[in-house]
Ligand binder design. Structure first.
Ligand SMILES: [Zn+2]
Length: 506
């Protein structure tokens, strides 16, 4: 015993000496961080030690002074996982720098939304092209159902034959095996709106077998249709997890209405269906003006022919629809000749009723618009639900502040100003929860072995600058945005190189 003890006394200093000398210097050390780790748990203090693109250690003993190639003293700052946006738009081949997202702390975006993905049979080639342009953020993608309809030749068919359905299913299977996270549907858009129960159930079965998920822009988000649309999606939940994109109740109002929607989702969960949703924190949506027009005036029907044959009926429809959607002042044109004007402004400028303007001067495909059709109180209750994460539904080019401000707005308005969410809850909704929704297993948390997507900021510094009038203004307040272990943004200075990469379903 005595000998052993003596040996130990001699060896111990040697062991610690050996450990010290063999310890590599870390590539990046973030010291004395107040960590909110993305799980929703309370903050704690730690040093975060990064090797290459991986969090090698979360060192709770902050009295230690680890060495690093680069050391950031994060004293006084909060450190969180990079934010993950589950519903994004934009083309990485056109705007790989994605500064709108980076500036609000988003390090991973999710494309292929609302049923529309790149029209390619082979996603692998697309992944390679995107990696070659070195995007600034990580990019996840879904196979879009509308695109699958086009690629399989189903297009506008309402009852496609089994042969074409099998082609479509095979395209979906291949997309997921190439790295897509599942399928999105955009049932309010063409040609997805031509699909029925059988086709969607079969596709859900494919998604389930490949362990993917379905994200859906519902068939109809109107107050009187939203429940039946939700039930349509929940039916697909028999086969795979389902996720409601940008959950809202168009022209619905109040806390009670929000609770009815949440109860419907809760009771589906009680039956074993995995269902989640995302919301963006604004009361205006943004989509093509086509949303105001009836199906029979849209493709593949010929609009001119419809106008010549059913003009009165169309005018009546548009008048009712616009009034139902809070009136002409609630549609703000966001592209084309009339950008920045509401339909009410145009009534004055062009001196004719808005339904005539929609038919004669704009047409169903003539503009995108912000539509002020949501109720603040209702949307806030949805946002606070613990199964609902934050998304932007935005892009670098969209005429709507959500593409530049959503995640900053969550911190500025709902955490700092209103105290409606704790910072831990908000960070969970913007990192850990979206990672769980997408089934990304190595991002969305500050944890050993996870990818080093990391934000350093003071919550009170975060500012949404974008407005409806001037939406393309970058958010402010992020001290550092780190993507895959590299500093991508430091105090409003963007790194020229992009450090994001395509991420594939594992
Ligand atoms: Zn959508």
């Amino acid at each position: 015993m005595k000998i052993h003890f003596t040996l130990l006394m001699i060896c111990l200093p040697l062991i610690s000496f050996c450990q010290l000398s063999s310890t590599e210097k870390y590539d990046l050390v973030i010291k004395k961080a107040k960590v909110i780790d993305g799980t929703g748990e309370e903050e704690f203090f730690a040093n975060i030690l990064i090797i290459n693109d991986i969090i090698a250690e979360v060192q709770r003993d902050t009295s230690k002074s680890p060495e690093g190639e680069k050391v950031i003293d994060a004293g006084g700052f909060t450190v969180t996982p990079g934010f993950i946006d589950t519903h994004s738009h934009g083309d990485p081949l056109e705007t790989p720098e994605f500064r709108n997202f980076l500036a609000m702390g988003i390090t991973t975006i999710t494309l292929g939304q609302d049923g529309f993905s790149p029209e390619v049979n082979d996603l692998t080639t697309w992944f390679n092209k995107v990696d070659a342009v070195r995007p600034a953020v990580n990019i996840a993608i879904f196979a879009g159902h509308n695109t699958l309809r086009k690629l399989s030749g189903i297009n506008y068919e309402t009852k496609p034959l089994i042969k074409k359905r099998e082609v479509q299913q095979q395209l979906l299977r291949e997309a997921i095996r190439a790295g897509a996270f599942g399928m999105t549907t955009g049932l309010e858009y063409s040609p997805g709106d031509f699909s029925g129960h059988q086709e969607l159930q079969e596709l859900a079965e494919v998604v389930g077998k490949e362990n993917g998920i379905i994200m859906s822009h519902l068939r109809n988000e109107d107050d009187n249709e939203v429940e039946s649309s939700l039930r349509e999606l929940l039916a697909q939940g028999e086969f795979c997890p389902v996720h409601v994109s940008h959950l809202k109740v168009v022209y619905g109002k109040g806390e009670q209405r929000a609770k009815e929607i949440l109860n419907l989702l809760d009771s589906a969960r009680a039956e074993g269906i995995k269902v989640t949703a995302d919301v963006y924190p604004y009361t205006a949506s943004h989509t093509g003006i086509a949303i105001l027009f009836p199906d029979w005036a849209k493709e593949p029907n010929n609009f001119k022919e419809v106008v010549s044959k059913r003009r009165e009926e169309l005018e009546n429809y548009l008048r009712e629809k616009v009034v139902q959607r809070n009136g002409p002042e609630s549609t703000l044109i966001g592209s084309g000749t009339y950008t920045g004007k509401t339909l009410a402004d145009l009534v004055e400028d062009l001196e004719k009723p808005f339904e005539k303007i929609l038919i004669e001067d704009i047409g169903p495909y003539g503009a995108g618009a912000a539509h002020f059709i949501m109720d603040e109180e209702l949307q806030k209750i949805l946002l606070l639900d613990r199964h609902i994460n934050v998304c932007t539904d935005g892009s670098p080019g969209m005429h709507h502040p959500r593409g530049y401000g959503s995640f900053s707005r969550i911190i500025e308005k709902y955490v700092v100003e209103e105290d409606a969410l704790s910072l831990e809850e908000a960070v969970y909704k913007m990192s850990g929860l979206p990672a769980d929704v997408l089934q990304i297993r190595d991002r969305g948390r500050i944890k050993e072995g996870y990818k080093a997507d990391i934000l350093i900021f003071r919550p009170e510094d975060i500012q949404e600058i974008a407005t409806y009038e001037n939406p393309k203004q970058l958010s402010k307040g992020m001290k550092y945005v780190i993507v895959n272990g590299k500093i991508a943004l430091q105090e409003e200075e963007f790194e020229e190189n992009g450090y994001g990469k395509t991420i594939k379903k594992q």
